[in-house]
Design a protein around this ligand. Structure first.
Ligand SMILES: [Zn+2]
Length: 98
């Protein structure tokens, strides 16, 4: 493979290094279709028992550390189970307000 000089003076990002040694396949996906998450990004999956344990640990820790948090919902993709974000519900208690 001949090196193209078009890479000079351009930002070298993760994809550049990812496809440096192997050309990108035409139908290769970078993000999941169901939840638009990067497939490279190693992320917890609620369908995975170990991940689910650590998700619960994380939430339990946060509930302990932040007393004004009432609950935390782990939002995950309904299709593939990828954890997308944690949604915190704060206590509706004025004395916690600053
Ligand atoms: Zn998904």
């Amino acid at each position: 493979m001949t090196k193209s000089k078009s890479v000079f003076n351009t930002p070298l990002d993760r994809n550049y290094f990812k496809y440096k040694d192997r050309p990108k396949k035409k139908d290769e996906v970078e993000v999941t279709v169901c939840c638009n998450q990067s497939v490279d990004h190693e992320v917890a999956n609620v369908n995975n028992e170990e991940d689910w344990e650590s998700i619960q640990d994380y939430i339990e820790r946060n509930l302990r550390d932040y007393t004004n948090t009432e609950s935390i919902t782990p939002i995950s993709c309904k299709k593939c189970g990828r954890l997308i974000q944690y949604l915190s519900k704060l206590k509706d208690d004025k004395k916690h307000w600053r």
